[in-house]
Design a protein around this ligand. Structure first.
Ligand code: ZN
Length: 318
C-alpha cells in the first residue's frame, strides 16, 4: 500500500507562561523559535512553534501558553512523553546543563539495549526525554548557545499511554503506514521509517489514571503527509475504517485533519507544504508576530493583549 503518512509533523502542548516556555525550549534546549503566531481558535493566546533551523516537519514542538492555567494530569488517553534525540556522547553535557538551569530530571536509564535516556520536565511538568543514541544521523541545530556536537537533532519519538495497545497499534499499522519495530514489557514500538525521529511507543497502561488536560500536557500529535492529495487519501482510509476525521482545516503553515484515535488521544494529519516560510524569510523565522490574514485587521488589539516575550540568549550560552 502507498505510504500516505511519512512520520511525525508536530506536537502541540499547553503551557502556563509564554516567557518561561521560550526560555526553556529555545534557551535551555536550544530549539529555534520558527513561528510566533496566535492560537487561531483563541487569538488572545500565543501559538509558539519551536524546531530546527529550517522548521522541518518532525522537529516541531508547539505550545499554547494560556497565562496561569492550572496543570493537567498525566495519564492514559494522552501522549505522555516527547523524546528528543542527541548523540550518545552528549549525555554528560546535558546532565550538567540541566543542573545548571535547575531543571528537574531523573538519573539516566537504558531502554531497548541501545538507548540511554534522561527523563525531565519543563516548568509546567511536561514529560520530556533526551535520548542519547548512535543511530540518528541528522545534524543538530543550536542558536550558538549549545556546542553543535551536543545539539538536539529533532524528535526521537513519542510515548502514547493508552488503556490497551491493540486498537491504537492496529490504527497505526493498518491506516497510518507504521510498522512494528520492537517491544518490551508494556512498551510497543512502531515507526514509519524505522529510524530515530518517528518512533511511536504505545505504553499499555490499564492501571493509570485517566489523563486531564491542562498546563504540562499534550493537546495533540500531528503526523506528516506529503500534500493535499495524500491527505485526502489518508482521510478516506480513516473514514472507511470507521474513524471520524474532521474536514480539512487551513492552519496557514499546513493543512490539517483531526480525529480521535481509539485510546482517546487527538491525532492530526498535517501537510508538509506550504511550511513556515510562507509568510517570512527563513532567516527571520519566529522574529515577529505573524497573524493569519483574517486576524490582520485586529493586529493592534491582539498585540496589546499578548505578553511581550524575548530571549536573553546570553543567559543560556555554554
Ligand atoms: Zn496541530
Amino acid at each position: 500500500m502507498k505510504k500516505l503518512i511519512t512520520g511525525l509533523h508536530h506536537i502541540t502542548a499547553l503551557a502556563s507562561d509564554a516567557q518561561k516556555n521560550y526560555d526553556f525550549y529555545s534557551g535551555v534546549l536550544g530549539l529555534r523559535m520558527v513561528k510566533k503566531t496566535i492560537n487561531f481558535d483563541a487569538p488572545e493566546v500565543y501559538h509558539l512553534y519551536y524546531g530546527n533551523e529550517n522548521g522541518s516537519p518532525g522537529t516541531i514542538m508547539t505550545f499554547f501558553p494560556y497565562s496561569g492555567i492550572p496543570r493537567g494530569r498525566k495519564g492514559k488517553g494522552q501522549l505522555t512523553v516527547t523524546s528528543f534525540s542527541a548523540t550518545v556522547d552528549s549525555m554528560d553535557y546535558w546532565i550538567k546543563r540541566l543542573d545548571r538551569f535547575h531543571i528537574k530530571h531523573e538519573a539516566p536509564q537504558k531502554r531497548f539495549d541501545d538507548e540511554l535516556l534522561i527523563y525531565l520536565e519543563d516548568n509546567d511538568g511536561l514529560g520530556i526525554e533526551l535520548v542519547f543514541n548512535k543511530r540518528d544521523t541528522r545534524k543538530g541545530f543550536t542558536y550558538g548557545n549549545i556546542p553543535s556536537e551536543y545539539a538536539i537533532k529533532g524528535f526521537y519519538g513519542i510515548t502514547l499511554a493508552v488503556e490497551g495497545y491493540e486498537k491504537t497499534a492496529r490504527l497505526l499499522t493498518a491506516q497510518m503506514d507504521h510498522e512494528w519495530i520492537t517491544e518490551k514489557g508494556n512498551r510497543f514500538r512502531y515507526s514509519v521509517s524505522g529510524k530515530p525521529g518517528d518512533y511511536v511507543d504505545i505504553l499499555c497502561s490499564p492501571d493509570a489514571m485517566q489523563a486531564l488536560p491542562g498546563a504540562g500536557t499534550i493537546h495533540h500529535v500531528a503526523f506528516a503527509t506529503a500534500n493535499d492529495t495524500t491527505q485526502l487519501e489518508a482521510r478516506e482510509r480513516l473514514l472507511k475504517a470507521g474513524f471520524n476525521p474532521t474536514h480539512v482545516i487551513d492552519r496557514e503553515y499546513f493543512h490539517s485533519v483531526y480525529f480521535r484515535e481509539p485510546g482517546g488521544i487527538l491525532f492530526e494529519i498535517a501537510t508538509v507544504p506550504p511550511g513556515f516560510t510562507v509568510d517570512e524569510e527563513l532567516v527571520h523565522l519566529g522574529q515577529s508576530l505573524k497573524l493569519p490574514p483574517w486576524e490582520e485587521p485586529h493586529r493592534k488589539s491582539i498585540e496589546n493583549k499578548l505578553p511581550t516575550i524575548q530571549l536573553d540568549l546570553h543567559k543560556f550560552i555554554d
